[in-house]
Structure formats: C-alpha cells, structure tokens
Design a binder for this molecule. Structure first.
Ligand code: 5AD
Ligand code: SF4
Length: 340
C-alpha cells in the first residue's frame, strides 16, 4: 500500500476515503495553531529552530497576543486551538503554560478545546496541564526505528528514543487524547520503517496523528544529506499514501493534513483530506513571529490570514466536497470509543 502508484494509488485513496466516511463521516475540523515560542532546549538535526541555530531570532509571544489569537479562533468558530512551542521544562515555562490554558478556558467559557504540543514533560507537568483544562497532546515520535532516531538526533540524554516513548505513554496515562506522528522521506528511512511506524501507532493505540514530509532546512546538520533524498513530489505522494493507509488501519482516529504537505503543494491539505485526513490546523500565530518559526524551507505562512478572514479556506474545503464542523471540538472518535 505504501508503494502504490498510478491507478492503484487512486484506489488506495478512494478506499481510505470510504472508510473515513463510513466511520467518522465527512466532517473536517479546524484547530487554530499558535506557535507561541520558538525557544527550544533541543538540537534535533533536521529542525530549523534547533537551539544551536544562531540565525533564528528567538521569541515568546505575550499572554495578550496568545489570548488575542484565541479570540480570533473563537470568532471564526474553529472550536479548538493548538498551543505549540519548542521544548522547555523550566518551572517558569510549566507555570506559564498552565496559566495560559486556564486563561483560554476562561475567556471562552470553556468552549475552546485545547491541544498542547510542547515536547516531553514529567508526569507532574502532564498532570498540571491536564488539570488546568488541556485535553489533547501532540508529541511526534519522528520515527519508530530507534536506530534511525539516533541518526537524526544528537546522542545524549535529552534526545533519547526510549525517553521519548516513555513520555508518550505518560501522556496517555495522564488522560490526554494522544497524538503522535513521524516525518516521511527522511534520509536513510525505508518503506519498511514507515510500515513499522504505522504498526507502532496501532500498537500504541493513539487517538490522533499528524505526519508530513521531511523538508530540508539549510541551517541544520541534516542538510548535508539533501542529495540522498527522494524528490519533494515523491515525499509528498508517499505522505499521502501513509495517510490513506493509516486511515484504513485505524478508521476512527483523527488524522491531520499537515502544514508540510501544503509547503510542497498549495492544494496539499485538500489532497490529504481526499486521502483520509479529517483535521486542518490553520496557522493563527501572530504574524510578526511567523518568519521565526521556520522548521523547514518554504514553510507557508503569509497568505493564510487573508484566506481565513475571507473564509476562502472554508470555501475551498467545502468545494472539495467536505463539511466543516464549525465551533465543534471534533474530538477523536477513537478516544470516545475506547472510553465508553
Ligand atoms: N521537515 C519536516 N518536519 C519537520 N519538523 C521539524 N523539522 C522538520 C523538517 N525539517 C516537524 C517535527 C516536529 C514538528 C513540530 O515539526 O516532526 O515534531
Ligand atoms: Fe526543538 Fe521540536 Fe525542533 Fe527538536 S523538532 S529542535 S524539539 S522545536
């Protein structure tokens, strides 16, 4: 399925779409993505905002800016927001996120759903953030192959595969709806690795998934392998095959149409929806910070505001044949099915 091409690829997408429609329906849910800080303690070899990239101007959005972005999400009936940042574990960071979650709950009278994506955290931090009102968490494992993981990260305690997996299970034990994901088309990655990634998702019994093509960034150590990568277009299509196959493997989870897909093809998100995805994360980060959250080359960031404000994003999605769950949380049906 992962190597399906031509007519068999079309069949794969059609099957995935049918599975989706029959299981969770035809609705798409929006999550307003707020990249509230690019300060990060880590040095992942692939990432443009890694700590050692001194070209990046570091920022932390103010509470008011973040709350304004949440009001924007509310006004546009997005239903949920995602608070994403680099990975920090200082006391002040933990406290800040906790306070922000409470403030967002308060300003929306509890109506905005909150997803966190702030890296690996201790059991105590997970508990504090969950109890303050966040109910979903995204922590990508990047790859399920420990050897590949060690090739794309520094070899030290804060970049340990085992620690990351433990952090993932801790989130689940805390009670979060659990999201993870991988990058597709990494140097040294094989189709078998990707198949194992999907089997890992199934075995970890995840509720949500966000995965997208790896895109090289020039100020990163992994840029030196750029000549060994498959063409961008192939990475894009392989990512769609991954989405479709995962939909068939786990019919009732939430699958995001990732931003990296849109970076390669302007219609990438709609194509992912047609291949089985059901979640879109429009970027609502304050504009002045967007150019400082460049994880990879060509990350789209400028046109989206106008698109959202004029509702043309919604129109595009409706024209492609999908319904939008305005104002709804759109929780993972898988989580509900497991719970009750
Ligand atoms: N290409 C694609 N995705 C990337 N990420 C980080 N760097 C890149 C890149 N160069 C992804 C990682 C991370 C998420 C926030 O962004 O999967 O978990
Ligand atoms: Fe930091 Fe995440 Fe980038 Fe790694 S991928 S350097 S943890 S922001």
């Amino acid at each position: 399925m992962l190597s399906a091409d031509g007519a068999s690829r079309e069949t794969l997408f059609a099957n995935a779409r049918e599975v989706k429609t029959n299981t969770i329906g035809n609705k798409v849910h929006f999550r307003g993505l707020i990249e509230f800080s690019n300060v990060c303690a880590k040095n992942c070899f692939y990432c443009g905002i890694r700590k050692q990239n001194k070209q990046v101007q570091r920022y932390s959005a103010t509470d008011d800016e973040i709350l304004d972005a949440c009001r924007f999400a509310l006004d546009h009936e997005f239903g949920s927001v995602v608070l994403q940042s680099g990975e920090l574990s200082s006391k002040s960071f933990v406290k800040r996120v906790e306070k922000l979650v409470r403030q967002i709950k308060q300003l929306s009278s509890g109506t905005l759903g909150i997803t966190l994506s702030c890296g690996e955290q201790s059991a105590e931090t997970c508990k504090r953030w969950f109890e303050s009102g966040a109910h979903r968490y995204l922590l990508r494992i990047e790859t399920s192959n420990p050897e590949l993981y060690s090739q794309i990260h520094p070899n030290n305690a804060i970049h340990s595969f085992a620690t990351r997996i433990a952090a993932l299970y801790r989130l689940k034990e805390t009670g979060f709806q659990l999201g993870t994901g991988v990058m597709i088309g990494l140097p040294f990655q094989t189709l078998e690795d990707l198949a194992n990634d999907l089997l890992f998702f199934k075995q970890a019994d995840i509720d949500m998934c966000g995965m997208g093509p790896y895109i090289e960034h020039e100020n990163t150590p992994m840029y030196k392998f750029r000549n060994q990568l498959m063409p961008l277009e192939s990475r894009f299509l392989l990512a769609l095959n991954m989405v479709a196959t995962l939909r068939i493997l786990m019919p009732d989870i939430n699958i995001a149409a990732s931003t990296a897909l849109q970076a390669i093809d302007p219609a990438g998100r709609e194509k992912a929806l047609a291949a089985g995805a059901n979640i879109i994360m429009p970027n609502i980060t304050p504009k002045k910070y967007r150019n400082s959250y460049l994880l990879y080359n060509g990350k789209p960031c400028t046109n989206e505001d106008a698109e959202i404000t004029s509702r043309s994003l919604a129109q595009k999605i409706q024209q492609a044949g999908f319904e939008i769950g305005f104002g709804e949380w759109g929780d993972s049906k898988h989580f509900k099915n497991n719970k009750y």
